[in-house]
Design a binder for this molecule. Structure first.
Ligand SMILES: CCCCCCCCCCC/C=C/C(=O)SCCNC(=O)CCNC(=O)[C@H](O)C(C)(C)COP(=O)(O)OP(=O)(O)OC[C@H]1O[C@@H](n2cnc3c(N)ncnc32)[C@H](O)[C@@H]1OP(=O)(O)O
Length: 395
């Protein structure tokens, strides 16, 4: 059953379509034979008809089971010569039927009916799940998450605050990534609602100090930051940033962990850490010099040089820049085409490209978070935050 084994592993939207068209699906096209007799004859006929109405392709393995049970129920034990070694599809069908041995026709009919009944209930519930998933996903206050065309889109949704990242938002993003890593989508996309992609860390994160004091806050924030960045390091599917407008701070640094970065020509890329008494995070102390060379990385990460989309493209941080007027249309057309590529091949390729650096990235993330924990307690950092709130400073 090699054929079935292989296709069974190929989960996902593309594969389902490919398998459906490459295999002539026998069990879905069968017609009831007059020879199928017995107590459950009516149920059997009805089950054969129900198979044709299934909303979801049940997969090759199940289709072979259906085929074999149908043949056994209508003709009895396998009675045809074994197909040749290279006639893969007919051989898989023959193997499935032959494996039923001397199973009585009545039992085969009953097993067929039971199998179809199980498929119907799982198909009904999964189509319910899909229609729910296609809508806005519930449970997120700061994000809008949608799944369509095998793409899960995570949209930062605080446009009035330029999509600044609150602690709640960091947590919701982690949950969303965890869910996206397990859903049916082939690729995951980040974007922002409104005119900004994101203005980075929400500076009000510095203001809600717990009873344990600022030290406790800094300690917990370093853990949060580390966990947050770890989720990007470990994310298994192709991760795409659709940078619809300016990006600041951690919204920029984390881009070094994305697989594609598409930017509107309105987007800018700014990491003003020294202005804020802070230091790089998101593994950018490693990824940026690697992507753009140390000199350009220093200009951004130490001196806070703001890059235009074109400059970020020239430095290799951005994959491609699009005119803002056609940005959404061009990017989503491209992504929809990519999302139809083989899910398994894409995921395995990502592993090959990224896995050998994972350990290093985790260590860098831990170190950057540890250093920031100290920086957040510095006067320089506190003063910069206060200047922002007293409207003395804006980037
Ligand atoms: C004790 C330690 C706790 C730390 C917890 C940390 C958790 C992990 C941290 C990881 C490290 C991350 C680092 C970074 O990301 S550094 C970058 C931080 N970002 C900024 O410094 C940007 C600050 N914002 C601005 O300079 C401007 O708002 C901006 C240039 C982005 C836009 O200017 P514009 O004039 O166009 O718009 P407004 O300023 O009027 O903005 C509209 C409203 O949005 C509020 N806003 C925008 N960005 C932020 C932000 N980052 N934090 C908080 N609030 C933000 C802005 O105040 C306006 O609000 P109001 O309408 O209410 O006035």
């Amino acid at each position: 059953m090699a054929l079935v084994g292989v296709s069974g592993r190929l989960a996902g939207c593309y594969c389902l379509r490919a398998v459906r068209s490459s295999l002539q699906v026998p069990a879905l096209q069968l017609h009831i034979s007059k020879t199928a007799m017995g107590a459950c004859q009516k149920d059997f006929e009805s089950a054969v008809n129900q198979v044709k109405l299934l909303k979801k392709d049940p997969g090759n393995e199940v289709k072979l089971k259906l085929y074999a049970l149908y043949k056994q129920a209508t003709e009895g034990p396998c009675n045809t010569p074994k197909p040749g070694l290279f006639d893969l599809i007919n051989k898989a069908k023959w193997d499935a039927w032959n494996a039923l041995g001397n199973l009585p026709k009545e039992t085969a009919r009953q097993n067929y009916v039971d199998l179809v009944s199980g498929l119907r209930s799982s198909s009904d519930s999964s189509s319910q799940v899909k229609s729910e998933a296609d809508k806005k996903r519930a449970g997120y206050d700061t994000l809008v998450i949608t799944s369509e065309d095998c793409i899960t889109k995570i949209m930062l949704n605080r446009p009035a605050k330029k999509n600044a990242l609150t602690t709640q938002m960091y947590r919701e993003i982690m949950l969303a990534l965890e869910a996206a890593s397990k859903d049916d989508s082939t690729i995951t996309v980040f974007t922002g609602n409104g005119d900004y992609y994101s203005s980075g860390n929400d500076l009000t994160n510095f203001t809600d100090i717990p009873p344990g004091g600022i030290e406790e806050k800094a300690k917990n924030s370093a853990i949060l930051l580390r966990d947050f960045v770890d989720c990007f390091i470990d994310f298994p599917k192709p991760l795409v940033a659709v940078v619809n407008g300016p990006a600041v701070g951690i919204a920029v640094t984390i881009l070094g962990l994305f697989d594609l970065v598409y930017a509107s020509d309105r987007a800018t890329f700014h990491t003003p850490f020294s202005h804020l008494g802070q230091t790089p995070e998101g593994c950018s102390s490693y990824t940026f010099p690697k992507i753009m060379g140390p000199a350009k990385a220093v200009e951004m990460l130490i001196f806070g040089k703001k890059l235009t989309a074109g400059e970020a493209y020239a430095q290799g941080l951005v994959t491609e820049v699009f005119p803002d007027s056609t940005f959404q249309k061009e990017v989503w057309t491209r992504l929809k085409a990519y999302s139809k590529l083989s899910q398994n091949a894409m995921h395995i390729s990502k592993q090959i490209i990224r896995n050998h650096e994972k350990e290093k990235l985790h260590a860098i993330n831990a170190e950057e978070s540890r250093i920031l924990q100290e920086r957040w307690l510095s006067d320089e950092c506190m003063n910069a935050v206060m200047d922002f709130f007293s409207r003395k400073a804006k980037l």
